[in-house]
Design a protein. Structure first.
Length: 177
């Protein structure tokens, strides 16, 4: 019988941003989680990842180094898209919502209803909102670009002031590109 080869542990890296520290969980080539360090749901998200993938150790990977570089460019106004490989686990519906979020161009917003329409489930507005809130990859899967039907800022686990900052930043970026 052959021996089992254990997968390397996931790695937690703290990344400083103008919006406060963020936590990235990566393997050598993929991003599994990227959240604000003070997000209320972070401890639960970390337990879920550890249960699914095993230990998470402190350090850096090629993926976290690349993410840090891309984020620095984004916050410096030199980048509007990200190239990081993202691993997200969710139901087919949730994955569909996350894919629709990634299609929202930088500098633009959509309502939950517009996302529901986009994925062909116009009556699933609340389910879209839940899937949006379940996103564990802040900024790169831009759940901050989703607003209320009346144009107001609603529901952002990273805090509404950050959502406003990101939207303002991306509107400025949109004018540059």
């Amino acid at each position: 019988m052959g021996s089992l080869i254990a997968a390397p542990p996931l790695v937690l890296t703290r990344i400083e941003t103008p919006l406060g520290d963020m936590v990235a969980v990566t393997d050598d080539d993929s991003l599994h989680l990227f959240e604000f360090h003070d997000r209320t749901a972070l401890p639960t998200e970390m337990r879920r990842i550890e249960k699914r993938c095993g230990a998470v150790v402190d350090g850096t990977t090629a993926a976290s180094d690349a993410l840090a570089r891309e984020l620095a460019e984004y916050f410096a106004g030199k980048r509007t898209t990200f190239e990081a490989r993202i691993v997200q686990r969710g139901s087919p519906f949730t994955a569909q919502v996350w894919a629709a979020l990634r299609e929202i161009p930088c500098g633009e917003t959509r309502s939950y209803g517009q996302i529901a329409e986009r994925i062909g489930r116009p009556s699933a507005v609340r389910a879209v909102a839940r899937a949006n809130g379940a996103n564990q990859v802040a900024i790169l899967v831009p759940c901050h670009r989703v607003i209320g039907a009346d144009g107001t800022l609603v529901g952002y686990g990273g805090k509404l002031w950050r959502k406003q900052w990101l939207l303002d930043h991306e509107r400025r970026l949109d004018r540059l590109f």
